[in-house]
Design a binder for this molecule. Structure first.
Ligand SMILES: [Zn+2]
Length: 113
């Protein structure tokens, strides 16, 4: 399951940023692009499953979704794509580059003190 490995990398990132995970983390904010293929509910489930019984138990996972944005080489338009339609919505040209939507990053770690 893809979400399990994503949850594991989130835990690794938290530990790297909180002196080995001893700090009390109250919330973690992650940014996930629509193209990353992660189902938020599954990720939340995996995250609470692997953090149960650890110092991260009870930490809130806040998932921020980012839209897929493409850039058209023909007309220069940046647009948000809905679903997997890889054509420019404006001029219908096929030469587009995906500029956003693949993100998978931890943006903020909130620590209780
Ligand atoms: Zn275009």
């Amino acid at each position: 399951m893809h979400e399990l490995s994503v949850a594991e990398s989130i835990v690794t990132i938290i530990k790297e940023n909180t002196d080995g995970g001893d700090a009390k983390v109250s919330a973690v904010r992650v940014r996930i692009g629509e193209l990353a293929g992660v189902i938020p509910e599954s990720l939340e489930f995996c995250f609470s499953a692997i953090t149960a019984g650890t110092s991260l138990e009870g930490s809130r996972l806040e998932i921020e979704r980012t839209a897929i944005v493409c850039h058209c080489e023909a007309c220069g338009t940046d647009s948000t794509v809905n679903g997997l339609v890889f054509r420019c919505p404006r001029c219908h040209g096929p030469h587009i580059t995906i500029t956003s939507g693949n993100e998978l990053q931890v943006v903020e770690i909130e620590i209780d003190d």
